[in-house]
Design a protein around this ligand. Structure first.
Ligand code: UT7
Length: 327
């Protein structure tokens, strides 16, 4: 049996503060009915002003380490997928390494927007198989509330804050990550971007006045590309592994919109009881959505040994990707 990498621990953390659709009704011209019907979201979590991405990551990571039965010093790599890290320099992974005391780990961030966790799985899988890494901590974390324009009803109803973490280790058994698939199309970058504060458009009074430090999104256009792309990628991923949709135990999709999730499930002929949905409670938490949903599925006993689990995501870049796991 060839070497595979396997998720051996999961953890997640969401800030305490809940912002529900009725709260948003008081902030912008929207309604609980519109948000529920168009997105499936009922409420989302908002980080406290004292909490940055690394703080959420620490909590999720501690839980993942505990469930893997590992100490922080045993970790040899930390990958943090995020678009809302503590600072541009250093990486949020560096803060996390320090706060956990994971002294023996290489640490870096990766940005593949909402597909970040899938990209991270692909990278971790490769480092384990090709470079002999033994214990990788992969975190998806976002504090999108800091980059949300609370005056823009087309985006502020969507996003939330959370962190999810997994520990990945090698195994000789017929288990673990069977395949990962990652893609991008940078020509569509303008569909979702945060234009201000980078080297193209450095922070200035003008960028702040133009509200360029907030996420801009052409939601309707992304929606169409996402449905088309995800319907294809889930079918292709199963085909690549010679697995029939009927053999799939669980689909864990990125939680961007309930209607996108339902369209993907329908393409595979999956009933919704085989799909993990928590968008109603968290909204879109970008890189964090899949590891949070995975952790909840593990902790509520929805995943059994030997189950085939399909993960998929789509987001800014544009980027998209999938992973098939035998648990
Ligand atoms: O995480 C990965 C990247 N992001 C995504 O995948 C997001 C994908 N897109 C979506 O989820 C959906 O496109 C949205 C939820 C963002 C929007 O839903 P939609 O059904 O595509 O609505 P729309 O943008 O076409 O807007 C329909 C109408 C518009 O009014 P008119 O022009 O028809 O009069 C909007 O102005 O709904 C209006 N609208 C709202 N109304 C009440 C937009 N936002 C709101 C709102 N409340 N919050």
């Amino acid at each position: 049996m060839s070497l595979r990498s396997r998720i051996t621990g999961t953890g997640s953390y969401a800030p305490k503060k809940i912002l529900d659709n009725f709260d948003l009704e008081k902030m912008v011209d929207t309604s609980d009915e519109w948000i529920t019907e168009r997105t499936g979201i009922k409420e989302r979590r908002i980080a406290d002003s004292s909490e940055a991405a690394s703080d959420l990551s620490v909590e999720a990571s501690k839980r993942a380490l505990q469930s893997a039965g590992l100490k922080a010093k045993e970790i040899d790599m930390i990958i943090v997928a995020t678009v809302s890290g503590d600072m541009p320099i250093p990486s949020t992974a560096s803060f996390l390494q320090h706060k956990l005391g994971a002294k023996n780990a290489a640490a870096f961030d990766l940005n593949a927007a909402c597909s970040g966790f899938i990209y991270g799985l692909a990278i971790a899988d490769s480092f384990i198989k090709a470079r002999g890494f033994k214990k990788i901590l992969l975190v998806g974390v976002e504090v999108l509330s800091r980059f949300t324009d609370w005056e823009d009803r087309s985006t502020c109803i969507l996003f939330g804050d959370a962190a999810g973490a997994v520990v990945i280790e090698p195994t000789e058994k017929d288990r673990g990550i069977l395949s990962t698939h990652i893609y991008s199309d940078g020509s569509l970058w303008e569909l979702i971007c945060l234009p201000g504060g980078g080297s193209k458009c450095p922070s200035s009074k003008e960028t702040v006045e133009k509200r360029q430090h907030y996420i801009k999104m052409k939601g309707n256009e992304i929606f169409k590309v996402a449905v088309r792309t995800l319907e294809k990628i889930v079918v292709d991923t199963l085909k690549a592994n010679k697995i029939k949709p009927s053999e799939l135990s669980l689909l864990i999709p990125h939680q961007a919109n309930l209607r996108i999730i339902q369209a993907t499930a329908q393409r595979l002929n999956l009933s919704m009881d085989r799909v993990v949905v928590n968008i109603d409670r968290y909204g879109n938490t970008s890189s964090a959505s899949i590891p949070v949903a995975l952790d909840e599925a593990v902790r509520t006993g929805r995943i059994c040994d030997g189950d085939h689990i399909l993960l998929e995501a789509f987001g800014g870049g544009l980027t998209w990707g999938s992973a098939l796991i035998k648990w």
